[in-house]
Design a protein around this ligand. Structure first.
Ligand code: ZN
Length: 378
């Protein structure tokens, strides 16, 4: 004789035990299906109530509903308890480290093209044995002009070119600067603090701080009263200075050739053209062979190459042999013009960046339009 089907009381008892024994939300879900699902004994029993003798149907139906309601309530209670336990466990173990980058990491932006270019230039000269120095942007007239052989009355000393921070116009009630009551010979003679107009003041400062030999470059901001498509009131330069024994113009050309090939490609050539700067003698302007037309001056379409204006050469910087008069200001630091000599150069970082990347307008660097800046992100 087969076992009798379990009674309602037995089903309810077994259900209560299974609910209490479930150890996770996954297990309690299995228990729910087993106790109240379509094939659960209680469900089967309810469906068969119609087969019972009529006098038993009411009692069995009521008891089955009571048992089902009790089990459903116990399931809900146990499920809530298990969910709460699991949440507590997750909170205790799965701590989120809010200092980690997001997933995927959000973009942090990139270095400004001027900064990238400055660092590349620094890398080239560090590789050639130069040290990188920085200097004050607020400078004395002495270092910016006087010690760099700018004679009194030099146009660069005039108010229309230079931002002076003290002095400026000679006060109307100040005594005349020249004996005899005539106009002062140098109207700016009393102005001694300014925003440096070039990075060259660091030539003399560096030599004051270090005896020869000296090999330094000085990147930094410079200021002039100019504003148009090719001039901004603030811009960046890199100064270079090399003083040693037996340095010639050929050393300057070799250093600049190495620089040009590092920045503009291994095929580049440089040429020096005579020029004039107050603090170098002789002075030169330095051209590199055009990297777009390969120095031919001819564009791919057969016309004139606009970048080099058909010449095959592009001017990139000014340079020269340091004037002995400049060395005279630091002669007591060992810079005897009869024993040591050297070269200096200065280049605009914006110009290098514009040439390399085809930037048409200097002002784009400082308008901070993200659409422009993001093109150079890396
Ligand atoms: Zn060209």
């Amino acid at each position: 004789m087969p076992d009798a089907p379990p009674s309602l009381a037995e089903l309810a008892e077994e259900g209560r035990g299974a609910i209490a024994a479930a150890g996770s939300t996954a297990e309690i879900e299995d228990v729910r299906v087993r106790l109240l699902g379509r094939k659960a004994p209680l469900t089967v029993l309810k469906r068969s109530i119609g087969d019972l003798p009529p006098e038993e149907r009411g009692r069995v139906g009521r008891e089955a509903n009571q048992a089902g309601a009790e089990l459903a309530a116990l399931l809900a209670e146990r499920t809530a308890a298990l969910e709460a336990e699991e949440l507590d466990r997750r909170l205790a173990t799965d701590r989120v480290d809010v200092t980690l980058p997001g997933d995927p990491p959000s973009s942090l932006g990139s270095l400004h093209l001027i900064t990238q270019t400055r660092r590349e230039i620094e890398d080239v000269f560090v590789g050639l044995g130069f040290r990188v120095l920085e200097g004050p942007e607020i400078e004395f007239d002495f270092y910016n002009f006087t010690a760099l052989n700018h004679p009194p009355g030099h146009p660069a000393r005039m108010l229309q070119d230079t931002f002076y921070l003290s002095g400026g116009d000679t006060p109307p009630d100040s005594p005349p600067a020249s004996p005899g009551g005539g106009p002062p010979e140098t109207p700016q003679a009393s102005t001694d603090v300014l925003l440096r107009t070039h990075t060259s003041p660091m030539q003399v400062r560096a030599m004051e701080a270090q005896e020869p030999p000296i090999y330094v470059i000085v990147p930094g901001k410079t200021y002039r009263r100019d504003s148009d498509a090719t001039h901004t009131p603030m811009f960046h330069q890199v100064e270079g200075l090399a003083i040693d024994e037996d340095i010639t113009l050929a050393d300057l050309q070799g250093v600049l050739l190495a620089f040009a090939r590092s920045i503009f490609g291994p095929e580049r050539e440089v040429r020096l053209r005579p020029h004039y700067f107050p603090f170098t003698e002789p002075s030169v302007e330095v051209d590199i062979s055009c990297f777009r037309c390969g120095g031919t001056g001819v564009a791919p379409d057969g016309g004139r190459d606009g970048l080099c204006k058909g010449s095959g050469w592009i001017e990139i910087l000014g340079a020269g042999m340091v004037d002995p008069n400049v060395l005279g200001f630091v002669a007591d630091r060992g810079y005897d013009p009869d024993r040591v000599q050297g070269f200096a150069f200065g280049m605009g970082i914006e110009r290098i960046a514009m040439l390399r990347h085809g930037v048409p307008d200097l002002r784009l660097f400082f308008e901070n339009d993200v659409r422009f800046l993001a093109q150079f992100g890396r």
